[in-house]
Design a protein around this ligand. Structure first.
Ligand SMILES: Nc1ncnc2c1ncn2[C@@H]1O[C@H](COP(=O)(O)OP(=O)(O)OP(=O)(O)O)[C@@H](O)[C@H]1O
Ligand SMILES: [Mg+2]
Length: 377
C-alpha cells in the first residue's frame, strides 16, 4: 500500500470508472474495530466499531493511551512492540483484554505499521469467539477472492508467453534427437502443467451465477461415474440419499466441479489403503440459516450434500488453513481444490462444514433450495 493515493480511489480496468466511497466512510461502516495508535500508544483514530468495542467515544479516547484501557503486561503490547521492531504486520489470536473498563476474551488482534508515519500502528480488534464457524466460512470466501486478481494477471502475463514457449519446443522437437528430444518434451509438459494451473485459477473469476433447479442426485451420479472410470477405479462407492430431496437452487456445472473436487480429495486420501470407501450422502434439515450480506434477510439452507471417506483424516497442520488457496500436503497438489469449493459454495450463499478424524473425513455442503413460488399465497 506504500504510496497509495489518499482520498477517493479510482478503480482501473475495463469497467467504466465508478467512484468508490471515501476510505473514512468505509472504515466507519466496517463492523470490525480499527484504531490508530501513535508512537506512545495514544489513540489517534477509532472507527465506530472500535468506539463500541472499547466502550468510549473518540473524543474520550483521544485523551487516552492504550495502557489506560489495557494493563501494561497484556500480550497486546508485546504484539505492538514486535510490529514496530519488524516493521511488518502480525496477528495474535485468543487474547484476553481485561481491566476495570474492559472485559473481552477470545479476541483476535492484528497490528500493522503505517509506513508513511513511523511508530504509528493500525490495530484491528475482533471478537472471534462469536459465530466462529460462520466467521471462518466468510474468511474462506475472502481467501478465494484474493486469488481473483492474481488469476487475471497470470492469465495475461503467463499464458500468452507460455504458448510461445510450447510452440518453440514443438518446433525444436522436429530437429533434435536423443536426450535433447527428452528436454523438449520436458519443456512442453511443464508448459502444459503451468497452463493447467492458470486455467484452474481463472475459475476464481467473478462471474454472475446462472442459477436453475439442480437435481443434486444427478450431480452426484455424474461425479461417481467420472471417478469410477477415471481417478478412483478401485474405490467402493456407497450412496445414502434422501429420495424426497427437492432440487437445489444453483449452477449445475459449478456444483459438479465442487463435488468432483471433494471426491478427488477423498480418493487421493484413500490411495494405497485397504478397503477404500467413499460415501455420498444427501439429506434435508431445517434450521440452517445464514445472513444475506447487505440485507436484513436470512437465507435458508435446508439441503445438505456430504462426501465422506474412510481415509487417514486431514493433517492437523493443514486444518486451520484448509480452504485457503495453495494449501496442500501433496507433492503434485496445487491446493486450489477446496479454495474453489469455498468460493463456489459461497457464491451460492451456502456453507461448508468439515469434520475429520482418522478413518472418517466428511465435507458437508449446505445449499439453498429453489424457492417455493406458491408459498406466498
Ligand atoms: N478427504 C480428505 N482427507 C484427508 N485430507 C484431505 C482431504 N481433503 C483435503 N485434504 C487435505 O487438504 C489439502 C487441501 O486440499 P485441496 O483440495 O484444496 O488441495 P489439493 O488436493 O492438495 O490440490 P488440488 O485439489 O489443487 O489438486 C490436501 O492437500 C489434503 O492435505
Ligand atoms: Mg484437491
Amino acid at each position: 500500500m506504500r504510496g497509495a493515493a489518499q482520498g477517493v480511489l479510482e478503480p482501473r480496468g475495463r469497467r467504466p470508472a465508478r467512484r468508490l466511497a471515501d476510505p473514512a466512510l468505509v472504515l466507519g461502516a466496517l463492523p470490525v474495530a480499527v484504531v490508530l495508535l501513535d508512537a506512545e500508544c495514544r489513540f489517534l483514530f477509532a472507527n465506530s466499531a472500535a468506539e463500541q468495542f472499547l466502550g468510549a467515544s473518540i473524543a474520550h479516547l483521544s485523551a487516552l493511551r492504550l495502557s489506560d484501557l489495557v494493563p501494561a503486561d497484556n500480550p497486546l503490547f508485546l504484539l505492538i512492540e514486535q510490529v514496530r521492531a519488524h516493521d511488518a504486520p502480525i496477528a495474535d489470536h485468543d487474547l484476553t483484554l481485561e481491566s476495570p473498563r474492559l472485559r473481552k476474551t477470545g479476541i483476535t488482534a492484528l497490528a500493522a505499521p503505517l509506513p508513511e508515519d513511523p511508530g504509528t500502528i493500525v490495530l484491528v480488534l475482533q471478537d472471534a469467539s462469536a459465530a466462529r464457524t460462520l466467521d471462518r466460512q466468510l474468511a474462506f470466501r475472502g481467501a478465494a477472492r484474493s486469488v481473483t486478481g492474481m488469476a487475471a494477471i497470470l492469465a495475461h502475463e503467463v499464458k500468452n508467453p507460455l504458448s510461445g514457449i510450447r510452440g518453440a519446443a514443438q518446433l525444436l522437437q522436429s530437429s533434435v534427437a536423443g536426450p535433447d528430444l527428452e528436454l523438449t518434451e520436458l519443456i512442453r509438459d511443464e508448459a502444459d502443467r503451468i497452463r493447467g494451473l492458470v486455467d484452474r485459477m481463472e475459475m476464481f473469476g467473478e462471474k454472475p451465477l446462472a442459477r436453475s433447479a439442480v437435481n443434486i442426485h444427478r450431480v452426484l451420479a455424474h461425479v461417481r461415474r467420472l471417478a469410477q472410470s477415471g481417478f478412483a477405479p478401485g474405490v467402493r462407492f456407497v450412496e445414502l440419499y434422501d429420495p424426497s430431496l427437492p432440487p437445489a437452487s444453483g449452477n449445475r456445472d459449478q456444483l459438479i466441479q465442487v463435488v468432483l473436487n471433494l471426491v478427488k480429495n477423498a480418493a487421493e486420501a484413500l490411495a494405497g489403503q485397504a478397503n477404500p470407501e467413499i460415501q455420498l450422502l444427501t439429506g434435508f434439515q431445517h434450521g440452517v440459516r445464514v445472513a444475506v450480506p447487505g440485507s436484513p434477510h436470512r437465507l435458508d439452507l435446508p439441503l445438505w450434500v456430504a462426501v465422506r471417506d474412510n481415509g487417514p483424516g486431514i493433517p492437523d497442520d493443514i486444518r486451520p488453513y484448509l480452504f485457503e488457496p495453495f494449501v496442500t500436503s501433496k507433492s503434485a497438489g496445487s491446493g486450489l481444490g477446496l479454495a474453489l469449493v469455498a468460493k463456489i459454495v459461497g457464491d451460492h450463499g451456502g456453507l461448508v462444514q468439515v469434520e475429520s478424524r482418522p478413518g472418517r473425513t466428511e465435507v458437508r455442503l449446505h445449499l439453498p433450495v429453489v424457492p417455493d413460488e406458491d408459498a406466498d399465497a
